[in-house]
Design a protein around this ligand. Sequence first.
Ligand code: 5RP
Length: 259
Amino acid sequence: MRCRRHHYIVTEQLRPGGRSASHTTEPSMLTQEELKRNVAAAAAEYVLTCVQPDSVLGVGTGSTVDCFIDAIAIHRDRFRAAVSSSERSTRRMQEHGIEVLDLNDVADMPIYVDGADEIDHGLNMIKGGGGALTREKIVASVARRFLCIVDESKLVDRLGAFPLPVEVIPMARASVARRLEGMGGSPMLRQGFLTDNGCEILDVSGLEIPAPAVLESHINDIPGVVSCGLFAISGADLVLVSSQAGVRRMSRTEGRQDI
Ligand code: 5RP
């Protein structure tokens, strides 16, 4: 069981920041792309400590995960295969020669690796900026640990500045939108976008989220909602955060598996 909503602690500085090239003057700032590559490399190192040759990895979706796929691909002989949360990640892994399995054929995964749009001090997340939230939630639910990889722009004191993605069955778009308005949100249909499940996304701004798990449950209960982008009932177990100073690890202060 994962525990919920405990404050995070900084447990370890994993990698110093900065580029590898030597700088005799002021080092330049790392770009966001470099921050993503740094955290992805740290995640790949960490994942290699959790896997066996017969292990199946859970893999999320997004630009940070793309970097993770690139980083783990050179070690593909160290694990058996992966389960993917999107067509996008499936394509990228297959291009790297990583075998991608159907989740229905996998009963156990040591770890699931994914990014986030926001993550708070209790390791609750908003996800779904890339529209893969439902499959992400499904694959994550099978894994023993959720490793979230972000740059520090994603760390927030309270969730909600990033519009909350809600995946809906198309015929329920308007009825779900009215219910979300009743909760204080302003839903906007993501134009020209269908999820890998053939559904639509409402991006909901203006929601107050003092209790992420409660709101997650309320939104999931609306008929026509496939899933919402709050990952709080089951949040992350461990976070790697990339900043100009390097990559640091944060984990729950209690109720977690030791890592
Ligand atoms: C996709 C997601 C992504 O994890 C989230 O949008 C972060 O993406 P990125 O790494 O590109 O910032 O939830 O559905």
